[in-house]
Ligand binder design. Structure first.
Ligand code: SF4
Ligand code: FE
Length: 482
């Protein structure tokens, strides 16, 4: 593995010359930009062995292509054990960072494409699967972070891609050349795109015959000519520019989304994994979505663990940890969090091999997993705010605590229980503020609704796989009906 440490990963990002815009200005040095670096630090944790005894076994594995030790983020799942370990790894990284560490989208993308390219080659006589394997060898060897880019800009949501007045709102092929293709369009809300070496594009929906140009999948280096990134804002994000880590709440780590624009980007054939096979496009969407819905059964649970810890700590700091209703609320938080985890583990252990050898999660259970994630984190956050109190939204700033004229008052009047220093209480409250209404809520709450597909997308999948006919048969058989 070429990149073997968090530091080496950060250094590798310095080498990329990209067109990145933040707050209306082009950023020449994104690596040290205070609004980007915390998100990059979160990705860097995927490169850290860490001190947890189970980390090595979860974060690293053996490549089925080369036999070498590789990051699980570049691995193709070879068993249900691999699927379970993926979820455990994600929970562990959620524990470390309390945010979205971004690297899973690429992992879920290559796994989805692995089985679909195999089946596409069987059906269409194409040669995408070998190309993808070659690409995998490369990202495994270099240990690259890959952004899995699916969601298109979409324009008028009532119109199909081919019917849009501006076809560019869906990424599509504008030219086919002997050496490769030229693509145009934009992928929106791209998690980790600023912190990735490569961008792996997949179609956003099941395409029809007249939409073959939109059935396109490829990988390009993030610094390819014609690419532009515009960072998306998060609530209270400019606190990161104030030099007051207390007010940031989770100052070391963050998440990141951006609009990724492809303005006639050239892609050589060896990096093209679908080009016109519209019948295969729906499969990529379904499989990628199911893998990423499984992912949430690990990552959001890992964040939830830290939030439960914050609830217990703030209750203690405020002298109410023994109150029965507080204990009951914390128990409810744990119950909700572990319910999500149970689904993540269930859809993994019920996974099955695809003809390519790559293991696929149980798609019904993966969708149930993510559907719970569209609700339970909100209830966990509500309970946490309930326990913490209204001070979550009324705290003075770090600079007030540093001002000798008011600091003694703040020390005296914002103090909690016993001899706990006031600032320790405030520190955990600022973390809760960040996670429930600040920048951290973008990853824990909004992403929980819309990441890996909005709630309705899961309901459609659940409905499709509910097998109601069989359930009707069961009741008829039980009570002797024809
Ligand atoms: Fe990974 Fe979770 Fe972020 Fe998706 S939302 S990239 S699964 S940490
Ligand atoms: Fe996500």
């Amino acid at each position: 593995m070429k990149i073997e440490s968090p530091e080496a990963y950060i250094d590798s990002m310095r080498g990329l010359e990209r067109r990145i815009y933040v707050l209306g200005e082009r950023v020449e040095n994104p690596v040290d930009h205070p609004m980007i670096r915390p998100a990059m630090n979160a990705v860097a944790q995927t490169y850290a062995v860490g001190d947890e005894p189970e980390a090595e076994d979860l974060l690293f594995t053996k490549s089925h292509l080369t036999g070498e030790r590789i990051s699980r983020f570049t691995h193709i799942h070879q068993s249900t054990d691999d699927l379970v370990k993926k979820v455990l790894m994600q929970r562990l990284l959620g524990n470390r960072t309390s945010t979205c560490y971004q690297r899973c989208v690429g992992m879920d993308g290559v796994n989805a494409l692995y089985s679909v390219t195999y089946e596409c080659d069987e059906d269409c006589g194409s040669e995408y699967h070998e190309r993808l394997k070659e690409y995998l060898r490369y990202i495994q060897e270099e240990n690259l972070t890959v952004d899995g880019a699916m969601t298109d800009a979409k324009g008028d949501r009532g119109l199909r891609p081919a019917d849009q007045p501006d076809p560019d709102v869906f990424v599509h092929v504008v030219e086919r050349k002997p050496e490769g293709i030229v693509v145009r369009g934009a992928k929106a809300h791209q998690t980790g795109s600023l912190n990735s070496h490569d961008i792996l594009v997949m179609p956003t929906a099941s395409m029809r015959e007249n939409e073959a140009d939109f059935a396109v999948s490829f990988a390009v280096p993030a610094d390819s000519e014609g690419m532009t990134f515009v960072l998306g804002r998060q609530p209270s994000d400019t606190r990161k520019l104030e030099g007051s880590p207390l007010d940031v709440g989770n100052p070391k780590y963050g998440s990141q989304e951006a609009l990724v624009i492809f303005d006639d980007v050239f892609v050589p054939w060896e990096r093209v994994f679908m080009c016109g096979e519209y019948r295969q496009s729906g499969k990529v969407v379904e499989r990628f979505a199911s893998y990423h819905r499984q992912s949430y059964g690990g990552c959001k649970v890992g964040v939830g663990d830290v939030l439960v810890g914050a609830a217990q700590l703030v209750a203690f700091y405020q002298g109410v940890d023994r109150a029965s209703h507080i204990r009951d609320k914390i128990t409810e938080m744990v119950h909700l969090n572990e319910s999500i985890f149970s689904c993540g583990i269930a859809c993994s252990s019920q996974g099955k091999a695809t003809p390519s050898g790559c293991y696929m999660v149980d798609t019904l259970l993966a969708n149930v997993c993510k559907h719970n994630v569209t609700r339970y984190p909100f209830e966990i956050a509500r309970l946490l705010q309930d326990i913490a109190g209204g001070i979550v939204a009324t705290m003075p700033s770090q600079k007030d605590f540093e001002n000798p004229e008011v600091a003694p008052y703040l020390e005296k009047y914002l103090k909690g229980s016993g001899d706990i220093p006031t600032l320790e209480r405030i520190k955990v409250l600022k973390y809760i503020e960040n996670m429930t209404i600040g920048a951290g809520a973008a990853a824990y709450l909004t992403e929980s609704i819309h990441g890996a597909g909005s709630p309705q997308a899961q309901r459609i999948m659940i409905q499709r796989q509910a097998d109601l006919e069989n359930k009707v048969k069961l009741v008829k058989k039980l009570i002797d009906l024809d």
